[in-house]
Write a protein that binds this ligand. Sequence first.
Ligand SMILES: [Zn+2]
Length: 175
Amino acid sequence: MRTPLRALLGATTAIALGAALPLTAQAAEAGPPPTSVAASASASANASPADVTPNPSHAAAGVRFPQSAWSYHITSSCSGHEDEIRRGAEYWGYAVETAFQGTRVDCVSGYVPDCNGPRDVGCNWNSGERIAVSTQVNDLALLAAHEFGHNWNGHTAQGCATWKSPYDVMKTWTC
Ligand SMILES: [Zn+2]
């Protein structure tokens, strides 16, 4: 296991989602992007409470959800993938997209560097300080939902993450 550099300062933890298949194989199998249900509203640092939507529809054993508004911001490295990232954030409810505050979201085109292993396709540092996702996976929205989920949760089980339930979203692998 490789420890992020900042862990040497004491408080950093990183949780990774590994790739179960070589990334190149996944890219070759990539289909059209998932249909986005995200609103097309642009990022706002002043979202009103009316913009914050709880998501009570999928309670699951052992998986924690935010109980109040939380925020995130998507960096320019994710240009063209914003809607998939938003879908992942909105899965948890109470998500507020901002210009600069909350969980920072970075995108990479290969594996995520400086996380736990050499083949991590996603990472969450310090339970929401920052996440990074690889745009080469089959379902970027699912990967984003998984990584945002680490703001409140660890992994639920070994296996391929799916949309089936929050428990499944938080499984260890992207397949
Ligand atoms: Zn994970």
